[in-house]
Design a protein around this ligand. Structure first.
Ligand code: GDP
Ligand code: GDP
Length: 455
């Protein structure tokens, strides 16, 4: 590394940073208008400016990556929430319940200028029941005169209220320090299961694609729903189902079975629910209704799973209803609308007839194998050397940026760091990803490539 102009420490630092495992999840919850979105924007602020150049990615989402004091975590934003027909208490409760389920720790935002309301008290009861670490944010304390309002929130019984002005940034640093103390290093959700425990599957897809039908079908087929298994923490929303001779944990199935019919804001709840399931899972089985045009909502769900870095299988359901014409158009739609997961194993199923159910498990196993693939450094560099020789980066401003060497910093999903002599363009990065896939497989998994440029 040294002769290529990189400092050994730089290289090691880059590898460590790129190699992080799944990030812990922080949810920001609270009533409407207390300042959740303002706070989320303040926390993610700079990082969101760094958007990856990837086509087909919809920016509308509920989870973000954030960083404080060198520690990275995921932030679940519940600011997109709307009050629904059930009234304010029920909707705040539902929102909080979903967010808490997905999170390793919670920031509960209260408007200190208003004080604790009945709705806030109701959320406190939910938080107590969930038992997750909570940081109480007394927001809208824009100056010293508001401190007394914050102090009054001790009465909620959640410990120290942190006086904050999300709008001006006052106090957010101290609050984030408290958040880091509350957050586990690695997500409990992901590592909570003992090693060797069942693999975790999230069955996701927009409403009516057939999630509940599929779940019933696979659960009934084998009928072996194991309750007591060594090394598993039994979560009432998860279900252990034996498929193809192996026990799998389907996470968050309560959200699939218990049909929550909310009118306004239903899409938003569905997104939050999906995000929660994806966070808890290793592999996402994305169900698409093959009988209908692939929609923006389908794409959003796909994006969510890709961005979360999960292994992915795409299952086209309701295959029993397809005629020749629909099949023709479906293939065209898959090519144009779902290009971002062209690498995912695909199964064409029918939850109604049971068609191709037996293909689900091999597809899941393929995706998980891709997700865990590790390429030895020697092989990777031999491959990079060949590529650089046969397909060099275009010359820019009289210079030719070169990939000098690379290493795989982590798995689940595979993460690579390449070290380069100059700025590597997005087009060339995509080319590298394509060639990496051709060479090493990575079926069913997103891969991350970060490029470090020599100073
Ligand atoms: P949300 O519904 O909880 O996401 O709340 P928003 O973030 O949309 O904020 C609601 C309103 O409160 C907006 O008008 C914000 O500008 C305002 N607001 C948020 N944080 C602060 C703050 O720290 N101080 C003051 N004075 N206003 C704030
Ligand atoms: P969910 O909202 O994703 O859980 O979807 P459901 O499982 O409730 O299914 C929505 C509708 O699609 C129901 O009327 C199901 O009977 C129907 N459905 C689900 N899977 C299939 C399938 O494979 N073929 C057909 N023809 N209908 C299906």
């Amino acid at each position: 590394a040294a002769e290529e102009g990189f400092d050994v420490e730089d290289v090691e630092g880059a590898i460590e940073e790129a190699g992080h495992g799944p990030l812990p999840v922080l949810a920001v919850i609270g009533r409407p208008n207390v300042g959740k979105s303002t706070l989320v924007n303040r926390i993610i602020g700079r990082r969101e400016a760094v958007v990856e150049d990837r086509p087909g990615v919809t920016r509308d989402r509920v989870t973000y990556e954030a960083e404080w004091s060198g520690r990275r975590f995921k932030l679940v934003d519940t600011g997109g929430w709307e009050q629904d027909v059930l009234g304010i208490d029920a909707s705040v409760a539902a929102q909080a319940e979903y967010a808490i389920e997905a999170a390793d720790a919670v920031v509960f935002v209260v408007d200190a200028t208003v004080g604790a309301t009945d709705t806030d008290e109701a959320v406190v009861r939910l938080l107590r029941k969930a038992g997750k670490p909570v940081v109480l944010c007394a927001n809208k304390v824009d100056g010293p005169s508001g401190e007394a309002d914050a102090t009054a929130l001790w009465a909620l019984g959640l410990g120290e209220p942190h006086p904050v002005s999300a709008l001006h940034g006052r106090g957010t640093g101290d609050m984030l320090d408290a958040v880091l103390e509350a957050l586990p290093e690695a997500p409990e959700q992901t590592f909570g299961t003992a090693i060797g425990g069942p693999r975790r599957i999230a069955l996701i897809g927009r409403p009516n694609v057939g999630k509940s039908s599929l779940l019933n079908k696979v659960a009934n087929e084998d009928r072996v729903v194991v309750n007591e298994m060594a090394g598993t923490t039994r979560d009432p929303v998860d279900e252990l189902i034996e498929l193809g001779g192996v026990v799998w944990k389907f996470v968050d199935t309560a959200g699939i079975r218990k049909r929550v019919h909310l009118q306004q804001g239903a899409d938003y709840y569905a997104s939050l629910r999906t995000a929660a399931a994806v966070e808890k899972a290793e592999v996402a089985v994305i169900l698409i209704d093959a009988s209908e045009t692939i929609s923006v909502q389908d794409q959003r769900i796909v994006t969510m799973a890709v961005e979360a870095g999960r292994a992915i299988v795409v299952a086209y359901n309701k295959w029993d209803t397809l005629d020749g014409e629909r099949r023709y158009y479906l293939e065209r739609e898959i090519e144009t609308e779902l290009a971002q997961v062209a690498w995912a194993p695909r199964v064409n199923v029918s939850a109604a007839t049971g068609r191709h159910m037996e293909k689900l498990v091999p597809a899941i196993e393929t995706a998980l194998a891709g997700w865990e693939t590790r390429v030895p450094t020697g092989r990777l560099n031999a491959f990079l050397g060949e590529i650089v020789a046969s397909h060099p980066h275009p010359v820019r401003g009289g210079k030719q940026p070169r990939i000098l060497f690379g290493t795989q910093a982590g798995t689940k999903p595979p993460r690579f760091v390449f070290f380069a002599s100059g700025f590597i363009e997005a087009g060339y990065r995509r080319f590298l990803e394509r060639r990496l896939r051709e060479e090493f497989g990575f079926e069913g998994t997103p891969i991350h490539i970060s490029v470090r440029v020599r100073e």
